[in-house]
Design a protein around this ligand. Sequence first.
Ligand code: PLP
Length: 391
Amino acid sequence: MKTIYFDNNATTRVAPEVVEAMLPYFSQYYGNASSMHSFGGAVARDIAAARKKLADLLGADPSEIIFTSCGTESDSTAIWSALRANPSKKHIIASRVEHPAVKNLCEKLEQNGYRVTFVPVDRQGRLDMDFLKESLTDDTAVVSLMWANNESGVIFPIEKIAPMLNERGILFHTDAVQAVGKIPIDLGRAGVDMLSLSGHKLHAPKGVGALYVRKGTRFSPFLVGGHQEQGRRGGTENVASIIGLGRAAELAAAAIGDENTRVRALRDRLENALLEKIPSAMVNGDRENRLPNTSSVAFEYVEGESILLMLNELGICASSGSACTSGSLEPSHVLRAMGVPFTAAHGSIRFSLSVYNTQEEVDFIIENLPPIIDRLRQMSPFWADARRKGA
Ligand code: PLP
């Protein structure tokens, strides 16, 4: 059975070009970039080239890029660094829909003497800007807001928020793990102090990420050890994966137009057909300001997990929430924060596309999902009840 992969916000296929670029670094160029000999020195130069490619994708300077092991490490590093840079300040602001990499860290910090304000979102997943403005205090050390949400795809107005924080000298970190490679980002003018990204969301391997730290931002390392990454992250570099991330950044820069036209059109084709063919279905999130590849659709009165199992039997991979929360039957914290009604949150499915998806695959889902929902609803007492009430 062919795998039809629509779960690219969970992780992506490593691009064949990325694999090809990485392979020589396992058995041919295996030197340590810190070594004195030229065999290791060549590896250091290749890491520098990868750093430049990633910096170019982001409109940053290579010296502003620190390679890490994943998005989670980048998020933790950024927030801890901001707190260490401002030891007298004890207030943190994040949104209610942050990924657990930020949300759970903030909750931990709350138990350790910090005050955290979680900014709400509206029914469309849009940030409450007035609430954010009113939450800023002289005690605020850092604001951490995701650039784009992993479940709804909703994009926060990061570039609009930045000047407000820059003016007050409050450090601004953005978790851009889902945004990088999908929408254009220009850190030269975005005004953020720190940005996290993760390789495996943009067709590089798992186990590599990066943190952008704007020049002049006070920084304190999370992993203390050797002098790698100019003393900003100890640990021998994951060379092959860094090379892979550099190549993936180059590919993403070339494909971003395709992502925003062809991938967006495929997503819209899927979404519009499902809304048309399936009654009591709705999109979660602001359809205007959204990642081009993401669609979260609520099919009321059915269990998302049952839908996923039936899709799985056809080889279709999707997700019922974020990858990290699936396995729990509770609706995700993101959908709850958006105020999605319980009956809809439970039946929400996230489809996330990539440049590898085809119209044929989209049409296969359009053909097969409506009868699945219909069959599940025939078994649902909630649906029978809703029908009686006129759904
Ligand atoms: N932030 C967001 C928005 C994510 O979607 C993810 C992964 O799903 C992460 C952070 C964590 O990234 P990683 O898996 O590389 O630790």
